[in-house]
Write a protein that binds this ligand. Structure first.
Ligand code: HEC
Length: 143
C-alpha cells in the first residue's frame, strides 16, 4: 500500500507574471511579507491603496506600537476596543465592547460617533466605501 505525498507543490507559488508591474511590485511584496495574506494578492492590492488612505490617520495613530494623540493601530485587527495598555481612552471607547474586525472597523470608520457614541476621536469618518475597504485591508496587515 503506497500513499502519495505529492498532493501539493510548495515551490510553485511564485509566477514570473507577478513581475510585469515592476512599479508596484516592490511595495506589494513588502506588504505581503508583512501580512499573513500572501495567498490573497487581491487583498494585498487593496492594502496598497489603503496605505494611501491611512495618511489621514497617521498624525494620530502610529503603526509601530507608540502612542500619539490616538492609540497605536499596530495589531488593531482582532483586538478589543479600548485595549492598548497605557492609553487613556474615553469611557465610551472603554465600554464599547467591540472587537475590531472588518465589519466593526468599516462601521466605525464610516461614522465614528454613531458606532461608538461619545468617543473622543476627532475625526468625522470616511464616506467612500471603497476607501474604507482598502483602509481596513491595510489595517489588517499591521501586525
Ligand atoms: C486627530 C486625531 C485622530 C485621527 C485623525 C484619527 N484618529 Fe482614530 N483615534 C483617535 C483617538 C484620540 C482615539 C481614542 C478615542 C477614545 O478613546 O474615545 C482613536 C481611536 C481609534 C480606534 C479605536 C482604537 C482602539 O484601540 O480601540 C480606531 C480603530 C481608530 N481610531 C482608527 C482610526 C483610523 C483608521 C483613522 C484614519 C481614517 C483615524 N482613527 C483617525 C484620534 C484620531
Amino acid at each position: 500500500m503506497r500513499v502519495t505525498s505529492r498532493l501539493w507543490a510548495p515551490h510553485r507559488a511564485a509566477s514570473p507574471a507577478c513581475c510585469a508591474y515592476a512599479g508596484t511590485a516592490a511595495l506589494t511584496a513588502a506588504l505581503m511579507a508583512l501580512s499573513a495574506l500572501a495567498s490573497a494578492p487581491a487583498l494585498a492590492q487593496d492594502a496598497v491603496a489603503g496605505e494611501q488612505v491611512y495618511v489621514q490617520c497617521a498624525t494620530c495613530h502610529s503603526i509601530d506600537g507608540t502612542t500619539r494623540t490616538g492609540p497605536t493601530l499596530k495589531g488593531v485587527f482582532g483586538r478589543k476596543a479600548g485595549a492598548v495598555p497605557g492609553f487613556r481612552y474615553s469611557r465610551a471607547m472603554q465600554r464599547a465592547n467591540i472587537v475590531w474586525d472588518d465589519k466593526t472597523l468599516d462601521a466605525y470608520l464610516d461614522r465614528p460617533q454613531q458606532q461608538v457614541p461619545g468617543n473622543t476621536m476627532p475625526f468625522a469618518g470616511i464616506a467612500d466605501a471603497k476607501q474604507r475597504a482598502d483602509l481596513v485591508a491595510y489595517l489588517q496587515t499591521l501586525r
